[in-house]
Design a protein around this ligand. Structure first.
Ligand code: COA
Length: 389
């Protein structure tokens, strides 16, 4: 297996991008990434595109071919592959790009993620998103993602004493970080009262416990580490990659306070990287709802099971805390264009490890982790990255 590095990154702003189409934002992110990598289109051997549901959001399937065509790459007939795994589509596309370079099949690979969600009504977006849950057992009887995560939150509160205030503190922290991210959907801080008194979406999750509906795209350029220095002085090596699955429906799980997919994906990634959770300096985790940041920080091994809420309350996940979590603002404030999210997380980790995260910079960050979840955890993907000195 060859060692693989990220040599370039790019992202669009996240938010309601009504004046841009999916192809516009996909290309914008891709061009930024290839400029950042100092390569040209003729260097690219393959592209992978994470996208969850363009068919339902914008009536467009065959998205990877569309992006390759619009980017001028179809003329060179390079392979273009779409990867779909609900909200983990981006992270999984990154894993497939990583495997393609590691195996020696391709050298220069662009991995992007893109989703255009705001061209449909909120009700239609909710109906599309829930297609990633179990249709017969969950969606058919009226479940939504806020509803499913609300059940996980209530159980976590019951089992471990996690409080609504602790959930709200995740939102306050992530809005504080998002305010420092020029590409975030929400660049405003909120206080605890605002989070606690927001309109209820599905008890105990209020408006600020939810990630929003978002348009956006992000991209990274991968190369074998041995070639990376030809393009950049600051290659970021992917030192661990893990993926795992779990039952699609919540009711088939022994315990809905944990995502075994995260536990197993993280175990594989830590093993490949040869590190422990305590070695991680900065993490982007899948906070589609505030409860999931708490569950993820436990399942990733940063805190003991049941102590994720307390950790937030004690400030351990703040930018200057023991393990800074979601410095980008997370899905909560940066936004959650579902198929792009896994790539956007990797982009933030690259900024952090290069020391280019501006006011969000974590001092001396050398090892970063990105954790991307599909649905309520039927898929989880974990990547670990390290600065190459
Ligand atoms: N956090 C903070 N503010 C939010 C927000 C969020 N998640 N969602 C919407 N807002 C704000 C909007 O900016 C808008 O503010 P404004 O009035 O100042 O312009 C206001 O709230 C109303 O926005 P609207 O789009 O009408 O909200 P909504 O009630 O239709 O949708 C949710 C709110 C929470 C239902 C929606 O964001 C949602 O479905 N989120 C979950 C998405 C999801 O399930 N993703 C997959 C995860 S697995």
């Amino acid at each position: 297996m060859r060692r693989v590095a990220i040599i370039g990154v790019g992202t669009t702003k996240f938010g309601e991008l009504w004046d841009k189409s999916l192809r516009d934002i996909g290309i914008e992110a891709g061009i930024k990434a290839i400029e950042d990598a100092n390569i040209s289109g003729s260097d690219i051997d393959a592209i992978y595109v994470g996208n969850m549901s363009a068919g339902n959001f914008i009536n467009q399937e065959h998205v990877a071919a569309l992006i390759a065509d619009y980017a001028g790459l179809a003329k060179r007939h390079i392979p273009a592959t779409r990867v779909e795994s609900a909200c983990a589509s981006g992270g999984l596309a990154l894993r497939h790009g990583f495997m393609a370079v590691a195996s020696g099949i391709h050298d220069i690979v662009v991995v992007g993620g893109a989703e255009k969600m705001t061209d449909v009504s909120g009700a239609d977006a909710t109906a599309t998103l829930i297609m990633a849950a179990d249709q017969e057992w969950e969606a058919f009887v009226g479940m939504t993602f806020p509803g499913l995560y609300a059940m996980m939150a209530v159980r976590h509160m019951y089992e471990y004493g996690t409080t609504k205030e602790q959930l709200a503190m995740v939102a306050v922290k992530n809005h504080r970080n998002g305010a420092l991210n020029p590409n975030a959907q929400f660049r405003r801080e909120i206080d605890l009262d605002t989070a606690l008194n927001a309109p209820m979406i599905a008890y105990p999750l209020g408006l600020y416990d939810c990630s929003p509906v978002t348009d956006g795209a992000s991209a990274v350029v991968l190369a074998p580490l041995e070639m990376a220095k030809k393009y950049t002085d600051t290659p970021i090596e992917i030192i661990g990659s893990g993926q795992a699955s779990e039952s699609l429906a919540l009711h088939d799980r022994e315990d809905i306070c944990t995502m075994k997919s995260t536990v197993f994906a993280a175990r594989e990634a830590y093993k490949m990287a040869g590190i422990m959770p305590s070695d991680v300096d900065v993490a982007e985790v899948h906070d589609c709802f505030t409860i999931n940041e708490i569950i993820a920080t436990e399942d990733l091994g940063f805190f003991k099971k049941g102590e994720g809420g307390k950790a937030v309350e004690e400030g351990l996940t703040e930018r200057d805390g023991e393990i800074p979590v979601n410095t980008s603002g997370g899905l909560k404030a940066k936004g959650h264009p579902v198929g792009a999210t896994g790539i956007a997380q990797a982009v933030e980790i690259v900024y952090q490890l290069r020391g280019e995260a501006g006011k969000r910079q974590v001092d001396g960050a050398e090892i970063g982790l990105a954790h991307n979840v599909g649905g309520t955890g039927a898929t989880a993907v974990v990547h670990i990255m390290r600065r190459v000195n």
